[in-house]
Design a protein. Sequence first.
Length: 423
Amino acid sequence: MTPTLALLLAACTAAQTSTANRPGAQPLDWRTLEAPLLVNHVQITSRDRFVKAGEAYFDHDSPPNWIIFQAVPVPAPGQMEDPHYAMYVAKLQRDESGRITGTEEPVRISPPSTYNTCGWFDPVDRSRVIYASTLIPPARSDRSGFQVGTRNYVWQFPEETEIVEQSVFALTGGEGESSVVRGSVKPGSAPEVLFSRPNYDAECSFTRDGRFVLYAHVRDEPSFGRQDADIYIYDTASKTHTPLVVADGYDGGPFFSPDDKWICYRSDRQGNSHLQLFIAEIDWEDGKPVGIRREIQITDDSAVNWAPYWHPSGKFLVYGTSAVDPQRHSNYEVFAIEIDPSKPSANLRQRRITFAAGADVLPVFSDDGRLMMWTAQRGPMVEGEIKPSSQVWIAEVNPGGGFAKPARLFENLPDQRPENAAR
């Protein structure tokens, strides 16, 4: 999620600049190349409002009405840029045909001067969101974090980071749950700690019934010489924590499958900074998690693979990967990979989704599967900057394409595993 976002977007800068300066280099026509799956692309956030923005998620309405995302606002003249992301919500705007055209003015909901990441809408209580926040300015720390190879950027885990809940929206409508809708953002709302544990807790999301929270927790003991995160479930009813994935090497970025029976996540299980994707089947007993039944690795290569997210069908994941530039890990594209526990990872079919220079990462779908949203460096470039900033984009799913027909997404295609799709 966001710490990884900063790491990977920073890594793309040099390569994107060198590509732009390469004699005869021509940018790919990404609108045409992506059209079999994605159409009507819209840039949702922009450089005139945010220095950078990303990791956005839809609310759970069909169609969605709001998004939550993190961003660094453009500072006022004479002021310094905020070193940390703030958390924002924004209402989607549509034209008369229902097509998304942008958002209303984004509203900052996190406290000033705090570190924030990983927002998520409560699927039941429409007034509430959760996200991770330090709630106070984080102290500087020399403790090691996550780092790809010898790159200068080191992703830190601020130990003050807690998962917080916040009643953000005024509700309107009738008494029935289905008729209640989000109104305006309530003035003066403040986050409260959902639970408190030592060390970094973040990367949070809910089950469909809003009872269980999936999250990553940094343990006390490092592994491979750096801080290490494991994956837990928090039961909001019993106030208990259940470990799901506890293994050496960072495990994080987890999401529940659409039926809440599985989770997906990324892992540095080998301690080589090459994140690989995993899924795990949750062991539920009497409606409560007690662990995992089995864990399955679904990528196994020399790339950095991260931020997997389930399609609403549950038949495949989308994720960002550096495999199109395997030597430098400097350009990231979105791929889809099928989910079939009966197949070894080498036999899982894949399909490339994005085709723009720079980073295309953190893909997510709306609950109805009709929209994909992700973070991209493909917009206009600001004078004096060497690359487009990372901003939030949304595209419609082509109603005649593979996303709309998940069982056929990988049919009749040449081998599109990432190592064969490198340009």
